[in-house]
Design a protein around this ligand. Structure first.
Ligand code: SF4
Length: 442
Protein backbone atom coordinates (compact mmCIF):
# COMPACT_ATOMS: atom_id res chain seq x y z
CA UNK A 1 0.00 0.00 0.00
CA UNK A 2 1.38 3.39 -1.01
CA UNK A 3 1.48 6.22 1.50
CA UNK A 4 1.66 9.83 0.42
CA UNK A 5 3.12 12.86 2.11
CA UNK A 6 1.00 15.96 1.71
CA UNK A 7 2.44 17.73 -1.38
CA UNK A 8 3.61 21.28 -0.72
CA UNK A 9 5.17 22.07 -4.10
CA UNK A 10 4.48 21.41 -7.77
CA UNK A 11 7.29 18.80 -7.80
CA UNK A 12 5.82 16.89 -4.86
CA UNK A 13 2.36 17.08 -6.42
CA UNK A 14 3.71 15.63 -9.68
CA UNK A 15 5.44 12.85 -7.76
CA UNK A 16 2.26 11.89 -5.87
CA UNK A 17 0.17 12.02 -9.04
CA UNK A 18 2.71 10.41 -11.37
CA UNK A 19 1.18 8.42 -14.20
CA UNK A 20 1.15 4.70 -13.62
CA UNK A 21 2.46 4.02 -17.10
CA UNK A 22 4.68 6.75 -18.54
CA UNK A 23 5.23 7.30 -22.24
CA UNK A 24 6.96 4.43 -24.07
CA UNK A 25 10.34 4.98 -25.64
CA UNK A 26 11.05 3.81 -29.22
CA UNK A 27 12.53 0.47 -28.11
CA UNK A 28 9.54 -0.32 -25.89
CA UNK A 29 7.14 0.66 -28.69
CA UNK A 30 9.00 -1.52 -31.19
CA UNK A 31 9.00 -4.50 -28.83
CA UNK A 32 5.35 -4.11 -27.84
CA UNK A 33 4.17 -3.57 -31.43
CA UNK A 34 6.01 -6.70 -32.54
CA UNK A 35 3.83 -8.78 -30.17
CA UNK A 36 0.64 -7.85 -32.08
CA UNK A 37 -0.83 -10.68 -34.15
CA UNK A 38 -2.47 -8.22 -36.61
CA UNK A 39 -5.69 -10.20 -36.34
CA UNK A 40 -8.14 -10.40 -39.19
CA UNK A 41 -11.48 -8.88 -38.14
CA UNK A 42 -9.65 -7.66 -35.06
CA UNK A 43 -11.80 -7.65 -31.91
CA UNK A 44 -9.87 -4.65 -30.57
CA UNK A 45 -11.25 -2.48 -33.41
CA UNK A 46 -14.81 -3.58 -32.68
CA UNK A 47 -14.35 -2.74 -29.02
CA UNK A 48 -13.22 0.82 -29.78
CA UNK A 49 -16.16 3.27 -29.94
CA UNK A 50 -14.22 5.28 -32.55
CA UNK A 51 -13.23 2.11 -34.48
CA UNK A 52 -9.55 3.01 -34.75
CA UNK A 53 -7.77 0.57 -37.07
CA UNK A 54 -5.61 -0.69 -34.22
CA UNK A 55 -3.68 -3.46 -36.02
CA UNK A 56 -2.86 -1.01 -38.82
CA UNK A 57 -1.43 1.68 -36.54
CA UNK A 58 0.48 -0.93 -34.54
CA UNK A 59 1.96 -2.29 -37.79
CA UNK A 60 2.90 1.26 -38.80
CA UNK A 61 4.72 1.78 -35.49
CA UNK A 62 6.45 -1.55 -35.93
CA UNK A 63 7.71 -0.61 -39.38
CA UNK A 64 8.94 2.80 -38.25
CA UNK A 65 6.08 4.79 -39.80
CA UNK A 66 5.12 6.61 -36.61
CA UNK A 67 3.47 9.58 -38.35
CA UNK A 68 1.43 7.13 -40.46
CA UNK A 69 0.31 5.55 -37.19
CA UNK A 70 -0.68 8.96 -35.80
CA UNK A 71 -2.67 9.66 -38.95
CA UNK A 72 -4.49 6.32 -38.69
CA UNK A 73 -5.42 7.14 -35.09
CA UNK A 74 -6.43 10.76 -35.68
CA UNK A 75 -8.46 9.96 -38.78
CA UNK A 76 -10.77 7.88 -36.55
CA UNK A 77 -10.49 9.85 -33.32
CA UNK A 78 -9.66 13.56 -33.15
CA UNK A 79 -8.68 13.24 -29.49
CA UNK A 80 -6.40 10.25 -30.07
CA UNK A 81 -3.83 11.25 -27.47
CA UNK A 82 -6.31 12.04 -24.69
CA UNK A 83 -8.22 8.84 -25.36
CA UNK A 84 -5.04 6.73 -25.23
CA UNK A 85 -4.60 8.07 -21.70
CA UNK A 86 -8.08 8.34 -20.24
CA UNK A 87 -9.96 5.51 -21.98
CA UNK A 88 -10.77 2.48 -19.83
CA UNK A 89 -8.70 0.39 -22.27
CA UNK A 90 -8.88 -2.54 -19.84
CA UNK A 91 -12.54 -2.96 -20.73
CA UNK A 92 -12.42 -1.66 -24.33
CA UNK A 93 -9.67 -2.45 -26.88
CA UNK A 94 -7.23 -4.17 -24.51
CA UNK A 95 -10.08 -6.03 -22.85
CA UNK A 96 -10.99 -7.47 -26.27
CA UNK A 97 -7.43 -8.34 -27.37
CA UNK A 98 -7.11 -12.02 -28.32
CA UNK A 99 -4.19 -12.47 -25.93
CA UNK A 100 -6.67 -12.19 -23.05
CA UNK A 101 -8.12 -15.58 -24.05
CA UNK A 102 -4.75 -17.20 -23.43
CA UNK A 103 -4.16 -15.40 -20.13
CA UNK A 104 -1.34 -13.48 -21.75
CA UNK A 105 -0.96 -9.74 -21.16
CA UNK A 106 -2.93 -7.95 -23.90
CA UNK A 107 -1.18 -5.56 -26.25
CA UNK A 108 -0.58 -2.22 -24.57
CA UNK A 109 -2.77 -0.43 -27.13
CA UNK A 110 -3.36 2.79 -25.19
CA UNK A 111 0.32 3.42 -24.63
CA UNK A 112 1.22 2.56 -28.23
CA UNK A 113 -1.46 5.02 -29.30
CA UNK A 114 0.16 7.69 -27.12
CA UNK A 115 3.60 6.86 -28.47
CA UNK A 116 2.43 7.83 -31.97
CA UNK A 117 0.10 10.75 -31.18
CA UNK A 118 2.48 12.34 -28.69
CA UNK A 119 5.17 12.41 -31.36
CA UNK A 120 2.81 14.06 -33.87
CA UNK A 121 1.89 16.68 -31.26
CA UNK A 122 5.44 17.47 -30.20
CA UNK A 123 6.54 17.76 -33.85
CA UNK A 124 3.37 19.74 -34.66
CA UNK A 125 2.93 17.44 -37.67
CA UNK A 126 0.18 18.52 -40.04
CA UNK A 127 -1.68 15.32 -40.90
CA UNK A 128 -4.91 16.66 -42.39
CA UNK A 129 -6.03 19.47 -44.65
CA UNK A 130 -9.32 21.27 -44.38
CA UNK A 131 -11.66 21.65 -47.35
CA UNK A 132 -12.13 25.04 -49.03
CA UNK A 133 -14.41 27.35 -47.05
CA UNK A 134 -18.04 26.55 -47.96
CA UNK A 135 -19.35 29.88 -46.59
CA UNK A 136 -21.43 28.29 -43.79
CA UNK A 137 -20.92 28.87 -40.09
CA UNK A 138 -21.56 26.48 -37.23
CA UNK A 139 -21.55 27.39 -33.53
CA UNK A 140 -20.47 24.87 -30.94
CA UNK A 141 -21.40 25.26 -27.29
CA UNK A 142 -18.65 23.75 -25.14
CA UNK A 143 -14.96 23.04 -25.89
CA UNK A 144 -15.02 19.59 -24.30
CA UNK A 145 -14.32 16.30 -26.10
CA UNK A 146 -17.65 16.37 -28.01
CA UNK A 147 -17.31 20.00 -29.10
CA UNK A 148 -13.69 19.58 -30.19
CA UNK A 149 -14.38 16.40 -32.14
CA UNK A 150 -17.34 18.01 -33.90
CA UNK A 151 -15.24 21.12 -34.66
CA UNK A 152 -12.38 19.18 -36.31
CA UNK A 153 -14.78 17.17 -38.44
CA UNK A 154 -16.72 20.25 -39.57
CA UNK A 155 -13.51 22.07 -40.45
CA UNK A 156 -12.51 19.10 -42.63
CA UNK A 157 -15.81 19.67 -44.46
CA UNK A 158 -15.14 23.39 -44.99
CA UNK A 159 -17.34 25.00 -42.32
CA UNK A 160 -16.31 28.00 -40.25
CA UNK A 161 -16.50 26.88 -36.63
CA UNK A 162 -16.80 29.06 -33.53
CA UNK A 163 -16.73 27.35 -30.14
CA UNK A 164 -18.22 29.13 -27.12
CA UNK A 165 -16.67 27.88 -23.90
CA UNK A 166 -17.88 28.91 -20.43
CA UNK A 167 -14.57 28.17 -18.73
CA UNK A 168 -11.15 29.78 -19.16
CA UNK A 169 -9.56 26.72 -20.80
CA UNK A 170 -10.59 24.03 -23.29
CA UNK A 171 -10.86 20.26 -23.02
CA UNK A 172 -13.84 19.88 -20.69
CA UNK A 173 -13.64 16.84 -18.47
CA UNK A 174 -10.26 15.84 -19.90
CA UNK A 175 -8.78 18.88 -18.19
CA UNK A 176 -11.25 19.55 -15.38
CA UNK A 177 -12.68 16.15 -14.53
CA UNK A 178 -10.21 13.30 -15.07
CA UNK A 179 -7.76 12.20 -12.39
CA UNK A 180 -4.38 13.91 -12.95
CA UNK A 181 -2.50 10.58 -12.81
CA UNK A 182 -4.30 9.67 -16.05
CA UNK A 183 -3.58 12.83 -18.05
CA UNK A 184 -1.77 16.03 -17.06
CA UNK A 185 -3.06 19.54 -17.78
CA UNK A 186 -0.20 20.08 -20.24
CA UNK A 187 -1.02 16.90 -22.17
CA UNK A 188 -4.70 17.83 -22.44
CA UNK A 189 -4.00 21.43 -23.50
CA UNK A 190 -1.17 20.54 -25.91
CA UNK A 191 -3.48 18.30 -27.91
CA UNK A 192 -6.15 21.02 -28.20
CA UNK A 193 -3.59 23.56 -29.31
CA UNK A 194 -2.22 21.04 -31.86
CA UNK A 195 -5.74 20.46 -33.22
CA UNK A 196 -6.51 24.15 -33.31
CA UNK A 197 -3.38 24.93 -35.32
CA UNK A 198 -4.23 22.18 -37.78
CA UNK A 199 -7.97 22.68 -38.12
CA UNK A 200 -8.23 26.44 -37.48
CA UNK A 201 -11.43 26.55 -35.44
CA UNK A 202 -12.05 29.47 -33.07
CA UNK A 203 -12.58 29.11 -29.33
CA UNK A 204 -14.07 32.00 -27.34
CA UNK A 205 -13.30 31.46 -23.65
CA UNK A 206 -15.30 32.65 -20.65
CA UNK A 207 -18.28 32.87 -23.00
CA UNK A 208 -21.09 30.88 -21.42
CA UNK A 209 -24.27 30.50 -23.42
CA UNK A 210 -26.74 30.88 -20.61
CA UNK A 211 -30.00 32.50 -21.58
CA UNK A 212 -32.60 32.81 -24.31
CA UNK A 213 -30.96 35.96 -25.72
CA UNK A 214 -27.65 34.04 -26.15
CA UNK A 215 -29.42 31.21 -27.99
CA UNK A 216 -31.34 33.71 -30.17
CA UNK A 217 -28.08 35.36 -31.17
CA UNK A 218 -26.51 32.02 -32.13
CA UNK A 219 -29.61 31.05 -34.12
CA UNK A 220 -29.38 34.27 -36.12
CA UNK A 221 -25.65 34.10 -36.79
CA UNK A 222 -25.06 30.41 -37.43
CA UNK A 223 -26.57 27.89 -39.82
CA UNK A 224 -26.41 25.13 -37.20
CA UNK A 225 -25.56 24.84 -33.52
CA UNK A 226 -23.95 21.87 -31.79
CA UNK A 227 -24.55 21.37 -28.07
CA UNK A 228 -21.65 19.75 -26.22
CA UNK A 229 -22.28 21.10 -22.74
CA UNK A 230 -21.89 17.87 -20.76
CA UNK A 231 -23.43 17.62 -17.32
CA UNK A 232 -23.82 20.04 -14.42
CA UNK A 233 -22.76 20.12 -10.79
CA UNK A 234 -22.77 17.19 -8.33
CA UNK A 235 -26.34 16.19 -7.44
CA UNK A 236 -27.57 16.98 -3.97
CA UNK A 237 -28.15 14.02 -1.62
CA UNK A 238 -30.96 15.90 0.13
CA UNK A 239 -29.64 15.05 3.58
CA UNK A 240 -28.75 17.37 6.45
CA UNK A 241 -25.23 18.75 6.60
CA UNK A 242 -24.48 19.01 2.89
CA UNK A 243 -23.72 22.71 3.27
CA UNK A 244 -21.10 22.26 5.97
CA UNK A 245 -17.54 23.45 5.39
CA UNK A 246 -15.40 20.63 3.99
CA UNK A 247 -18.31 18.86 2.31
CA UNK A 248 -17.73 18.96 -1.45
CA UNK A 249 -19.13 17.51 -4.64
CA UNK A 250 -16.64 15.20 -6.36
CA UNK A 251 -16.86 17.05 -9.67
CA UNK A 252 -16.08 20.36 -7.98
CA UNK A 253 -13.31 18.78 -5.88
CA UNK A 254 -11.59 17.23 -8.91
CA UNK A 255 -11.90 20.47 -10.88
CA UNK A 256 -10.25 22.39 -8.03
CA UNK A 257 -7.51 19.80 -7.81
CA UNK A 258 -6.79 19.99 -11.54
CA UNK A 259 -6.44 23.77 -11.39
CA UNK A 260 -4.96 24.45 -7.92
CA UNK A 261 -2.97 21.19 -7.68
CA UNK A 262 -0.85 21.04 -4.48
CA UNK A 263 -2.61 24.14 -3.11
CA UNK A 264 -5.81 22.15 -2.56
CA UNK A 265 -6.32 21.34 1.10
CA UNK A 266 -7.43 17.91 2.19
CA UNK A 267 -8.78 16.48 5.43
CA UNK A 268 -6.97 13.93 7.59
CA UNK A 269 -9.96 11.57 7.56
CA UNK A 270 -11.94 11.66 4.33
CA UNK A 271 -15.19 9.87 3.51
CA UNK A 272 -16.16 9.59 -0.15
CA UNK A 273 -19.81 8.78 -0.77
CA UNK A 274 -20.43 6.77 -3.94
CA UNK A 275 -19.41 3.65 -5.83
CA UNK A 276 -18.74 4.85 -9.37
CA UNK A 277 -15.54 5.71 -11.22
CA UNK A 278 -15.68 9.34 -10.06
CA UNK A 279 -15.85 8.14 -6.44
CA UNK A 280 -12.75 5.99 -7.03
CA UNK A 281 -10.92 8.97 -8.56
CA UNK A 282 -11.88 11.31 -5.71
CA UNK A 283 -10.83 8.72 -3.10
CA UNK A 284 -7.54 7.97 -4.81
CA UNK A 285 -6.83 11.69 -5.20
CA UNK A 286 -7.56 12.33 -1.51
CA UNK A 287 -5.01 9.67 -0.57
CA UNK A 288 -2.44 11.14 -2.96
CA UNK A 289 -3.03 14.57 -1.42
CA UNK A 290 -1.92 13.11 1.91
CA UNK A 291 -5.18 12.22 3.71
CA UNK A 292 -4.36 9.68 6.45
CA UNK A 293 -7.55 7.64 6.06
CA UNK A 294 -9.86 7.53 3.08
CA UNK A 295 -13.08 5.54 3.26
CA UNK A 296 -15.35 4.86 0.32
CA UNK A 297 -18.93 4.42 1.50
CA UNK A 298 -21.34 2.88 -0.98
CA UNK A 299 -24.96 1.94 -0.44
CA UNK A 300 -24.82 -1.35 -2.33
CA UNK A 301 -22.40 -4.31 -2.29
CA UNK A 302 -18.87 -4.34 -3.63
CA UNK A 303 -20.01 -6.44 -6.59
CA UNK A 304 -22.73 -3.94 -7.47
CA UNK A 305 -20.55 -0.83 -7.47
CA UNK A 306 -20.61 1.06 -10.77
CA UNK A 307 -16.84 1.54 -10.96
CA UNK A 308 -14.64 -0.66 -13.10
CA UNK A 309 -12.73 -3.26 -11.08
CA UNK A 310 -9.38 -1.79 -12.14
CA UNK A 311 -10.42 1.65 -10.85
CA UNK A 312 -11.27 0.14 -7.46
CA UNK A 313 -7.95 -1.73 -7.44
CA UNK A 314 -6.15 1.55 -8.18
CA UNK A 315 -7.87 3.19 -5.21
CA UNK A 316 -7.11 0.22 -2.94
CA UNK A 317 -3.46 0.36 -3.98
CA UNK A 318 -3.16 3.83 -2.46
CA UNK A 319 -4.79 2.73 0.79
CA UNK A 320 -8.49 3.56 0.22
CA UNK A 321 -10.83 1.37 2.29
CA UNK A 322 -14.22 0.26 1.03
CA UNK A 323 -17.32 0.31 3.24
CA UNK A 324 -20.22 -1.34 1.44
CA UNK A 325 -23.95 -1.64 2.03
CA UNK A 326 -24.19 1.65 3.90
CA UNK A 327 -26.29 4.69 3.10
CA UNK A 328 -25.64 8.25 4.40
CA UNK A 329 -28.32 9.69 6.70
CA UNK A 330 -26.65 12.92 7.75
CA UNK A 331 -23.36 14.76 7.56
CA UNK A 332 -22.50 15.86 11.08
CA UNK A 333 -20.93 19.20 11.94
CA UNK A 334 -19.60 21.12 14.95
CA UNK A 335 -20.44 24.62 16.20
CA UNK A 336 -18.09 26.10 13.56
CA UNK A 337 -20.05 24.35 10.81
CA UNK A 338 -17.15 22.01 10.03
CA UNK A 339 -17.67 18.37 9.12
CA UNK A 340 -16.97 16.00 12.02
CA UNK A 341 -18.53 12.79 10.75
CA UNK A 342 -21.07 10.98 8.61
CA UNK A 343 -24.02 9.12 10.07
CA UNK A 344 -24.59 5.96 8.04
CA UNK A 345 -27.14 3.19 8.14
CA UNK A 346 -26.57 -0.35 6.93
CA UNK A 347 -28.51 -1.58 3.91
CA UNK A 348 -29.65 -4.89 2.54
CA UNK A 349 -31.52 -6.09 -0.51
CA UNK A 350 -34.98 -7.55 0.06
CA UNK A 351 -36.80 -8.96 -2.98
CA UNK A 352 -34.53 -7.00 -5.29
CA UNK A 353 -35.06 -3.70 -3.47
CA UNK A 354 -32.48 -1.86 -1.42
CA UNK A 355 -33.66 -1.35 2.16
CA UNK A 356 -32.11 0.17 5.25
CA UNK A 357 -31.75 -1.98 8.37
CA UNK A 358 -33.55 -0.39 11.29
CA UNK A 359 -31.38 0.35 14.31
CA UNK A 360 -28.10 -0.18 12.40
CA UNK A 361 -27.04 3.49 12.37
CA UNK A 362 -23.42 4.31 13.16
CA UNK A 363 -21.05 7.23 12.73
CA UNK A 364 -17.76 7.39 10.85
CA UNK A 365 -15.69 10.29 12.19
CA UNK A 366 -14.09 12.42 9.51
CA UNK A 367 -13.15 15.99 8.74
CA UNK A 368 -14.02 15.96 5.05
CA UNK A 369 -16.79 14.48 2.92
CA UNK A 370 -16.75 14.19 -0.86
CA UNK A 371 -20.06 13.36 -2.52
CA UNK A 372 -19.59 11.36 -5.71
CA UNK A 373 -23.23 10.73 -6.26
CA UNK A 374 -23.70 11.69 -9.88
CA UNK A 375 -24.08 14.94 -11.76
CA UNK A 376 -27.18 16.98 -12.35
CA UNK A 377 -28.47 17.63 -15.88
CA UNK A 378 -28.51 21.08 -17.45
CA UNK A 379 -32.28 21.02 -17.75
CA UNK A 380 -33.08 24.69 -17.13
CA UNK A 381 -30.46 25.80 -19.68
CA UNK A 382 -31.56 23.34 -22.36
CA UNK A 383 -35.27 24.00 -21.99
CA UNK A 384 -34.71 27.54 -23.24
CA UNK A 385 -34.27 26.10 -26.73
CA UNK A 386 -37.61 25.92 -28.53
CA UNK A 387 -38.72 22.38 -29.48
CA UNK A 388 -35.65 20.70 -27.98
CA UNK A 389 -36.89 17.60 -26.13
CA UNK A 390 -35.45 16.00 -23.01
CA UNK A 391 -36.24 12.48 -21.84
CA UNK A 392 -37.51 11.71 -18.34
CA UNK A 393 -33.93 11.67 -17.04
CA UNK A 394 -33.14 15.10 -18.51
CA UNK A 395 -31.01 13.79 -21.42
CA UNK A 396 -31.33 15.53 -24.79
CA UNK A 397 -33.33 13.42 -27.24
CA UNK A 398 -31.70 13.10 -30.67
CA UNK A 399 -32.22 11.09 -33.85
CA UNK A 400 -29.58 8.81 -35.46
CA UNK A 401 -27.81 11.87 -36.89
CA UNK A 402 -27.71 13.44 -33.39
CA UNK A 403 -30.18 16.12 -34.47
CA UNK A 404 -32.46 17.39 -31.69
CA UNK A 405 -36.19 18.21 -31.82
CA UNK A 406 -35.16 21.68 -33.01
CA UNK A 407 -33.64 20.96 -36.45
CA UNK A 408 -31.05 23.75 -36.15
CA UNK A 409 -29.54 22.09 -33.08
CA UNK A 410 -27.45 18.91 -32.86
CA UNK A 411 -26.04 17.45 -29.66
CA UNK A 412 -23.74 14.66 -28.40
CA UNK A 413 -21.65 13.70 -25.40
CA UNK A 414 -22.74 13.47 -21.77
CA UNK A 415 -25.75 15.80 -22.25
CA UNK A 416 -27.16 13.13 -24.60
CA UNK A 417 -25.85 9.85 -23.18
CA UNK A 418 -26.19 10.86 -19.51
CA UNK A 419 -22.48 10.44 -18.77
CA UNK A 420 -20.16 8.04 -20.58
CA UNK A 421 -16.49 7.98 -21.56
CA UNK A 422 -14.55 10.70 -23.39
CA UNK A 423 -14.23 8.32 -26.34
CA UNK A 424 -18.03 8.00 -26.63
CA UNK A 425 -18.39 11.77 -26.80
CA UNK A 426 -15.69 11.95 -29.48
CA UNK A 427 -17.30 9.17 -31.55
CA UNK A 428 -20.87 10.49 -31.33
CA UNK A 429 -19.88 14.10 -32.03
CA UNK A 430 -18.15 12.98 -35.23
CA UNK A 431 -21.41 11.41 -36.40
CA UNK A 432 -23.22 14.62 -35.39
CA UNK A 433 -20.83 16.67 -37.56
CA UNK A 434 -21.72 14.51 -40.56
CA UNK A 435 -25.39 14.96 -39.62
CA UNK A 436 -24.92 18.74 -39.61
CA UNK A 437 -23.23 18.53 -43.01
CA UNK A 438 -26.13 16.54 -44.51
CA UNK A 439 -28.65 18.95 -42.95
CA UNK A 440 -26.90 22.02 -44.32
CA UNK A 441 -26.24 20.45 -47.74
CA UNK A 442 -29.94 19.88 -48.46
FE1 SF4 B 1 -3.23 -7.01 -32.05
FE2 SF4 B 1 -4.68 -7.82 -29.89
FE3 SF4 B 1 -5.84 -6.31 -31.78
FE4 SF4 B 1 -5.15 -8.86 -32.33
S1 SF4 B 1 -6.71 -8.17 -30.86
S2 SF4 B 1 -4.84 -7.04 -33.64
S3 SF4 B 1 -3.27 -9.05 -31.10
S4 SF4 B 1 -4.13 -5.71 -30.45
Amino acid sequence: MAEFKRPTSREEYEQNFAQEYPLMNATEAYYESSRCLFCYDAPCINACPTSIDIPLFIKQINTGNVMGAAKTIYSANHLGNACGKVCPTEVLCEGACVYKHQNVKPIDIGRLQNFATQQAISENKKLFSTAANNGKKVAIIGAGPAGLSCACELRMLGYTVDIFEAKAQPSGLTLYGVAPYKITNEEALDEVSYLQKQFQFNIFYNKPIQNKADFDELEQNYAAIFIGVGLGKTRSLSIAGENLKNCFGAVEFIEKLRIDQHKVSIGEQVVVLGGGNTAMDAASESARLGAKNVTLAYRRSKAEKGAYAFEYDLAKKVGVKGLFNVSPLEILGNERDEVVGVKLIRTTVVEGRLQTIEGSEFVVNCDMVIKATGQSKRTSLLLQIADLKLDTKGKIMVNEAYQTGNSQYFAAGDAVNGGAEVVNAVADAKVAAVGIHHFLSK
